[in-house]
Write a protein that binds this ligand. Structure first.
Ligand code: AMP
Ligand code: GLY
Length: 418
């Protein structure tokens, strides 16, 4: 099978890497890709937001499957354009991607499907914002209704900060604070069959101890030894399947990856958010353990034949990824700083250095985004995976590099506060 991955981040590097190791895959292409992907696949300089350019590239290359990685092209209808050209495409239509593209839409779908989630008010005016904040009380949760690369959400005890954030957004969703550990549970679906992946955990805050602002994600690991045994079955029954059925009932079936961001609260599992694509960086950890050929899952979803594929198989190990971010991330990051040590880290046992925001300038690898690299490692258990990933982190340098030193620490020590 010939494949084309659309996007340029860590998630796309992980997807392309997994496809390149898949015995059923003969060619991996990426557009625009990144220097990490270019080391093993062909990269093409195409605007990922331009549906007809992506469809033309796919047709010209004669690929059997296009995988659209990030949310922005999905919401813009790039998967629709590829399918209109008669090429199998993994990723939802623009209409179905509204599950991520609008938090208010996601709330409507959850209400219709009776999916448990935080109580919420959609607010358009400053008066509505203040009324909603005071109705829920602190901690305040204020979410930009539109796409914001994981950075549109503010959770704070400071009422003025909540009001100020809302004022910077258009429509906002203000909701009840959900207390409890967070879990990312992904499902691959063709719109009917729903195949859950194993649960992962993401670390959203910028600094150790879950301090600092929300980011796109600073690290992740899988599986979750501390999670209840029936978590996947319960989330399938109460969240994933009803949501997929509701999307089909509306005439906008969802095909691709449904990402459920969950809080395990005292009052049961609740959805924090839906995304319409693989999570980043959870995907780096998950794909490191996936043993079912990725192409079978993605092609099965794209062609409506997922029922023939069966539940995914996993290596009985642990995987962990640690993000190395540029100075000032999640604010405007520093760019153009030279990166060293990537090859040495990549050569370590069980370690893959995944590129997220890098570029090659004058033959040197430099930083080119907020999240620069994610160092991914597998191990017999979480302790070993952590040691390997952090050994990789220690070898890589660039000016202002920052990372969290506590990814999966309490889980590895068995002291998770659940
Ligand atoms: P989102 O983009 O909706 O996933 O929000 C980003 C992060 O903000 C989540 O991963 C949570 O850590 C936090 N968050 C969002 N909504 C809530 C909520 N209702 N209660 C508590 N934390 C939340
Ligand atoms: N890791 C969080 C996200 O992909 O949205």
């Amino acid at each position: 099978m010939k494949t084309l991955v659309i996007g340029a981040g860590g998630r796309e590097h992980a997807l392309a890497l997994s496809l390149s190791r898949d015995p059923h895959v003969t060619e991996v292409h990426a557009a625009p890709g990144n220097p990490g992907i270019a080391a093993f696949a062909s990269v093409h300089d195409v605007d990922p937001m331009d549906g007809s350019a992506v469809a033309d590239l796919a047709a010209g290359l004669g690929v059997d499957l296009v995988v659209v990685g990030p949310e922005a092209p999905l919401v813009a209808g790039v998967a629709d354009a590829v399918r209109a050209a008669g090429i199998a495409c993994f990723g939802p239509t623009a209409a179905a991607a509204q599950l991520e593209g609008s938090k208010a839409f996601a709330k409507q779908v959850m209400a219709a499907a009776e999916v448990p989630t935080a109580m919420a008010h959609v607010c358009e005016t400053a008066d509505e914002v203040i009324a909603a904040l005071d109705a829920f009380g602190p901690p305040y949760v204020v979410k930009d209704d539109a796409l914001a690369a994981g950075k549109g959400v503010v959770v704070t005890d400071d009422r003025q900060e909540a009001i100020d954030h809302a004022a910077q957004c258009g429509a906002v969703v203000i909701e009840e604070f959900l207390d409890g550990p967070e879990v990312s549970l992904f499902a691959i679906t063709d719109g009917e069959t729903v195949l859950p992946l194993q649960p992962a955990q993401d670390f959203k805050r910028a600094f150790d101890g879950d301090a600092g602002p929300n980011t796109g994600g600073m690290g992740a690991y899988t599986p979750l030894a501390w999670a209840p045994d029936d978590l996947v079955a319960e989330v399938s029954r109460r969240v994933l399947v009803p949501t997929i059925q509701e999307m089909a009932r509306r005439g906008t079936p969802f095909q691709g990856l449904l990402y459920a961001g969950l809080a395990l609260t005292q009052r049961g599992v609740k959805v924090i958010e839906f995304n319409a694509r693989f999570g980043d960086p959870e995907t780096q950890a998950l794909l490191a353990l996936l043993r079912t050929p990725l192409s079978a899952l993605l092609h099965g979803a794209a062609t409506g034949e997922l029922g023939d594929v069966g539940l995914p198989h996993w290596a009985p190990e642990s995987a962990l990824t640690v993000v190395l971010a540029a100075a000032n991330y999640p604010g405007t990051p520093s760019k153009g700083d030279e990166i060293t040590g990537v090859d040495a880290a990549n050569a370590l046992d069980g370690v893959d250095v995944i590129h997220a925001g890098t570029a090659v300038v004058d033959g040197r690898l430099v930083t080119a985004g907020g999240r620069v690299l994610s160092i991914t490692a597998t191990g017999a258990d979480l302790v070993e995976a952590r040691e390997r990933a952090y050994a990789g982190v220690a070898l890589i340098e660039f000016d202002g590099a920052q990372h969290r030193s506590d990814i999966a620490q309490t889980a590895a020590e068995g002291t998770m506060d659940t």
